[in-house]
Design a protein around this ligand. Structure first.
Ligand code: CP
Length: 327
């Protein structure tokens, strides 16, 4: 078991080996069990994690803030519009200074073409672990919670048919970081992954190449289809979720002709009926109800979205415990 994590950055799960991810999951399950039993877990007493948000959040902010409190430490929430970064202060200066005040820096920056570079620049200068709370490319906190949820609901992830499916939404132009993270991670656990999307909603070519390499290395599989029904058919897990056409169009506009031409890409009871009879419906949330998914599906017997959201707490605590504490 890999046990040396102190100071390790958590920006992409591609930077973590399977052995490291397995330890992370073991710690997450242990923390979940102890939380259920009311056993205190003061693993990070008096430690501070700075939580910088360039965008809104419900799950990520609160799982981190509640999580660090439950570990005996303190989460310092920072709305970046109130920080000097909004006047142009650079990542280097922010990282060095926050490092000198505390024990971890966590940041959400989903600006296309900027977010991941910003986090990597902070990691270059920080003397404490830098944790991604989602960037334009990756959402590792979501990915690890999703993997935990799948593992606790299935006997084995080997040859599990998991379909990551684009869905229509109008709430905002969402990052590609959730499907990209899942496409890279799930084949590493032997899953048979199908990525389904209408033309124009591609993920970057380099990510597809890495997903295929991961599948080859870990005996999973990875394929792309532009046929929604094919992705639902016989699936064990479906993850229908919207993402923006960022790779082909960097405009911030939410609604355009391309989006409007794919209104039929919705998770319906009809689609769920062609999947495996015990299919599980997952979504990172927030869901655009009525557009991405019918209420009867997300509120129905196949939905595991609330378990998935709950696991954000346990996995966030595991990431902080291992990277900010430990040896
Ligand atoms: N899934 C997720 O990251 O949710 P929030 O945007 O609410 O943090």
């Amino acid at each position: 078991m890999q046990t040396t994590f102190k100071g390790k950055h958590f920006i992409s799960l591609q930077d973590w080996t399977n052995e490291e991810i397995d330890t992370l999951l073991e710690v997450s399950f242990d923390l979940k069990k102890k939380f259920a039993m009311g056993i205190p877990t003061p693993y990070l007493p008096y430690k501070t994690n700075f939580l910088m948000f360039f965008e809104q959040s419900t799950r990520t902010r609160n799982s981190m803030e509640a999580g660090i409190a439950q570990l005996g430490g303190h989460g310092n929430f920072l709305d970046t519009s109130t920080m000097q970064v909004s006047h142009g202060e650079v990542a280097k200066d922010t990282a060095i200074i926050l490092s000198s005040y505390g024990h971890g820096i966590a940041c959400r920056n989903c600006v296309w073409g900027v977010g991941n570079k910003y986090l990597r620049e902070m990691a270059k200068w920080a003397t404490v672990p830098v944790m991604s709370l989602q960037c334009d490319l990756y959402h590792p906190m979501q990915g690890i919670a999703d993997l935990m949820t799948i593992k606790e609901k299935t006997l084995t992830t080997k040859n599990l048919k998991v379909s990551i499916i684009w869905a229509y939404a109008t709430s905002h132009k969402k990052p590609i970081s959730v499907p990209l993270t899942q496409a890279l991670l799930f084949p590493r656990y032997g899953m048979d992954v199908t990525l389904a999307y209408p033309k124009g909603y591609d993920l970057p070519d380099w990510a597809i190449e890495q997903a295929k390499e991961n599948a080859l290395k870990y005996d999973g599989s990875f394929k792309i289809t532009h046929n929604m029904e094919e992705a639902y058919r016989d699936a064990d897990v479906v993850i229908p979720k919207n993402w923006g056409s960022w790779v082909n169009n960097s405009s911030d506009d939410v609604v355009d002709d391309l989006l409007e031409s794919y209104k039929s890409w919705k998770c319906t009871e009809e689609m769920m009926a062609i999947a495996n009879k015990n299919v599980m419906y997952m979504h990172a949330l927030p869901a655009d109800r009525g557009n991405e998914v019918e209420d009867s599906v997300i509120d129905g017997p196949h939905s595991i979205v609330y378990d998935e959201a709950e696991n954000r707490l346990h996995t966030a605590k595991a990431v902080m415990t291992l990277t900010m504490g430990g040896k």
